[in-house]
Design a protein around this ligand. Structure first.
Ligand code: PEP
Ligand code: MN
Length: 264
């Protein structure tokens, strides 16, 4: 069902209020790895508005490698996130880690994110198939392109056709970067599937200074959107600060992303 053989026309995901993701435009989604506080949300919303970005990312349930690190503000954080964004016309994408979180999160998110550690959580995918809100599925840490498509197939066959595919880097033998951003996946996914393809260069390379070149390369490779981490003070971020852009870097990237998309 997610294959081009079944549907040739590219799928566009409509988030309402004039925000669409799909071929013909470049979706930009940015925000902190973790939602931390109301002032943090407000400063980020202002940054996004100043730069014409309509979708904010931010996790409130965080899949952390160590249980002793910050694990997110939970549903209260999401409510704060929602109140500020709703008042400012900004759409929300946030990670859902387990089935029981779908219902409490539902009123507050515009897109459910399935993280790389949950790409093959088939119970979660089954349940998201019953939801009428878009789902962005990240490629598994060691997942193949076909496995990502099969995960999307779970959601689609369950009845939810609003799916975004996300390349976020895979684990390889390379140690110079956090992950290896597999830009091969972009043209391959675009040819195999009618679903929009998003690239996450932040987790893809994991090093702040290299996020920009990989983001721009992803646009040239054919991505329909970029999702990256930004924060007013990345050094103070509760998670993933090492791969997070500050506002000046983020504004410069947004400008270059749009210029690059025009060249395509
Ligand atoms: C995130 O987006 O902050 C995240 C945890 O991503 P991933 O699932 O790709 O590691
Ligand atoms: Mn992160």
């Amino acid at each position: 069902l997610v294959s081009r053989k079944w549907k040739v026309q590219p799928t566009t995901i409509d988030l309402g209020d004039g925000v669409q993701i799909g071929e013909g435009s470049l979706a930009i989604m940015s925000g902190p790895c973790s939602i931390e506080s109301e002032p943090q949300i407000r400063s980020m919303v202002n940054h996004l508005k100043e730069n014409g970005v309509r979708i904010m990312r931010g996790g409130v349930f965080k899949p952390r490698s160590s249980p002793y690190t910050f694990r997110g503000m939970g549903i209260e954080g999401l409510q704060l996130f929602y109140e500020v964004c709703k008042a400012n016309g900004i759409k929300i994408i946030s990670e859902v880690m387990q089935v029981s979180q779908i219902e409490p999160m539902y009123p507050y998110v515009d897109v459910f994110q399935v993280g790389a550690r949950n790409t093959q959580n088939f119970n979660l995918l089954d349940e998201l198939g019953k939801v009428d809100k878009p789902v962005m599925i990240k490629r598994g840490i060691s997942g193949s392109i076909d496995e990502l498509l099969q995960s999307a197939e779970y959601v689609f066959s369950g009845g939810n056709e609003k799916i975004l595919l996300c390349e976020r880097g895979i684990r390889t033998y390379e140690t110079a970067s956090r992950n290896t951003l597999d830009l091969n996946a972009v043209p391959i996914l675009k040819e195999k599937s009618h679903l929009p393809v998003i690239v996450d260069p932040s987790h893809g390379i994991g090093i702040r200074t290299y996020v920009e070149p990989m983001a721009l390369a992803a646009v040239m490779a054919g991505a329909d959107g970029i999702i990256y981490e930004s924060h007013e003070k990345p050094e103070e971020a509760a998670s993933d600060g090492q791969q997070t852009l500050n506002f000046a870097e983020s504004a410069a990237l947004i400008h270059k992303l749009r210029k690059t998309f025009e060249l395509r």
